[in-house]
Design a protein around this ligand. Structure first.
Ligand code: 13P
Length: 251
């Protein structure tokens, strides 16, 4: 059975000093845990965090985005090749905040996943419905459409991706999907992946959206929830460690 993957998405938070103390506490507190973990940090801190994480294998380095372009006149963008220079293992693509505030389309997200994969970086592909989608009964349709674009562009390589189901209404709101609600959507995504590749058992499907120390164990106990993508709770070492501990129990 795969180990659970507990990935922190720091979003636009941190400082040199805060990162160093957060990571030291996470590394000190997680020794011997039986999960995989990652921290997806702001690009400005990739070099710092690469150094702090060197010499251990439990916590991997991740980025929060990657350019859909390979190289050239794209001011402000960061390429997959550049992420490679810092031994980045994961790159989040298609986070709802990027889809919403930077108008990223399904096609752009699919290209970003492709760029990451061709550089040997595992894309964490985020999908999720808005509250309006859910209330209109469109949850399944929306998440399947978002994932279908990535499958269409990446073909058999999709066995190398990680998927994160992040209902937009649960992100940063303190309103978590119930374990049953999350499991229902994860099962849909699992079936879609199974139809697309014979290696779908390799693909971890994470849940994200107000996951915290109190609700992680129940969410991670669901059969199709293979880990978590954690926002706010990843910024506090005791909370992130508690989620990693929950992921180690249900591994
Ligand atoms: P919160 O855990 O703060 O709700 O954020 C979830 C998220 O967006 C992770 O990518």
């Amino acid at each position: 059975m795969k180990k659970k993957l507990i990935a922190g998405n720091w979003k636009m938070n941190g400082s040199l000093a805060a990162n160093a103390s957060l990571l030291q506490a996470v590394l000190d507190g997680s020794k011997g845990m039986n999960c995989q973990a990652a921290v997806c940090v702001p690009a400005a801190y990739l070099a710092q965090v690469q150094t702090i994480l060197s010499g251990q294998t439990l916590v991997a380095l991740g980025a929060q985005d990657v350019s859909a372009q390979e190289v050239g006149a794209f001011t402000g963008e960061i390429s997959a090749g550049m992420l490679n220079d810092f031994s980045v293992r994961y790159a989040i693509v298609g986070h709802s905040e990027r889809r919403q505030y930077h108008a990223e389309s399904d096609a752009t997200v699919a290209l970003k996943a492709q760029r990451a994969l061709s550089a040997g970086i595992t894309p964490i592909v985020c999908v999720g419905e808005t509250l309006a989608d859910r209330e209109a009964g469109k949850t399944e349709e929306v998440v399947k459409r978002q994932l279908a674009a990535v499958i269409h562009t990446n073909g058999h390589c999709i066995s190398e991706i990680v998927v994160a189901y992040e209902p937009v209404w649960a992100i940063g709101t303190g309103r978590t999907a119930s374990p049953e609600q999350a499991q229902e959507v994860h099962a849909v995504l699992r079936a879609q992946l199974k139809a697309a590749t014979s290696h779908s058992d390799r693909i971890s499907i994470l849940y994200g959206g107000s996951m915290n120390a109190a609700n992680a164990a129940q969410l991670l106990a669901q059969p199709d929830i293979d880990g978590g993508l954690i926002g706010g709770a990843a910024l506090k070492a005791p909370d992130f460690l508690a989620i990693m501990a929950a992921g180690s129990v249900s591994a």
